[in-house]
Design a protein around this ligand. Structure first.
Ligand SMILES: Nc1ncnc2c1ncn2[C@@H]1O[C@H](COP(=O)(O)OP(=O)(O)OP(=O)(O)O)[C@@H](O)[C@H]1O
Ligand SMILES: [Mg+2]
Length: 235
């Protein structure tokens, strides 16, 4: 148990009568990056939201560092060191870039706003501008920076590469890899298979709310039939 930070066992999540997650078992180790892939609508965001407490599982258990978190309010889960980057950039549009970073920052760890401005130069250049004036990709980088300056134990990232140009994709991948080296565990949902395979230690594919593949990036690269069937690539 001490090898893993997050464990899901037999998790089922519904929206009203609609049965979305259908028995998810998943373990994320300390300092591990696990990528979740799958076609649109297969339950990836629902998985992230279930872990973060935004939607409660009807069955199954979720433990963070050995303690049950399923059924807890989202803010209680966040206080235990879990930070969520929601799908679609979410910033405070009328606050400046610098203010967006400052209000997210938790001084108890290695990432701080100053470092983020150094690593993501556009955030330094635009620091006095309202965040709502940034492009979508720039807002996405600000969202990632906000997740990191919370200095979480574990990050849940829902499509962090969405809308990023190649340069910012590279920076985002580097930041994810560095966060792992600094001891942060990461669960990352992605549409871009190559981005996911570049940062992940292990990959899980969801289809209709159930895991249909778990393996290393190399194992997935070799499993062309799995890629074709569940990711729509390599056809
Ligand atoms: N709030 C909701 N109420 C009802 N149904 C929902 C809700 N959110 C998602 N769903 C449905 O649950 C299923 C899984 O959606 P989810 O957003 O988890 O998929 P996803 O894998 O993240 O998709 P995408 O790749 O498009 O982001 C879909 O059929 C979706 O229509
Ligand atoms: Mg989604």
């Amino acid at each position: 148990m001490s090898d893993s930070i997050l464990q899901l066992a037999g998790v089922h999540t519904y929206y009203g009568p609609s049965h979305v997650l259908r028995g998810v078992d998943l373990t994320v180790g300390h300092d591990e990056v696990v990528a979740v892939l799958g076609r649109n609508g297969m339950g990836k965001t629902t998985l992230i939201h279930t872990i973060a407490g935004l939607v409660k599982p009807r069955e199954g258990t979720i433990t963070l560092e050995g303690e049950r978190i399923d059924g807890l309010a989202p803010w209680r889960i966040a206080r235990r060191g879990l930070s969520l980057l929601p799908q679609g950039h979410r910033v405070f549009p009328s606050l400046t870039v610098a203010e967006n970073l400052k209000i997210a920052a938790d001084n108890g760890g290695p990432w701080d706003p100053k470092e983020m401005e150094e690593r993501i130069p556009i955030l330094a250049e635009r620091r006095r501008q309202p965040a709502g004036t940034l492009s979508g990709g720039q807002q996405q980088m600000l969202t990632l920076a906000r997740a990191l300056v919370r200095n979480p134990k574990m990050l849940l990232l829902d499509e962090p590469s969405e809308g990023l140009d190649p340069e910012h994709s590279r920076i985002a991948a580097e930041l994810i890899t560095e966060a792992r080296q600094r001891g942060v565990s990461i669960l990352v949902v992605e549409q871009r298979v190559e981005f996911a395979l570049g940062v992940a230690d292990r990959v899980l594919i969801l289809s209709k709310g159930s895991p249909v593949f778990v393996g290393t990036p190399d194992e997935l690269r070799a499993a062309e039939d799995v890629q074709r069937q569940h990711l729509g690539v390599g056809a």
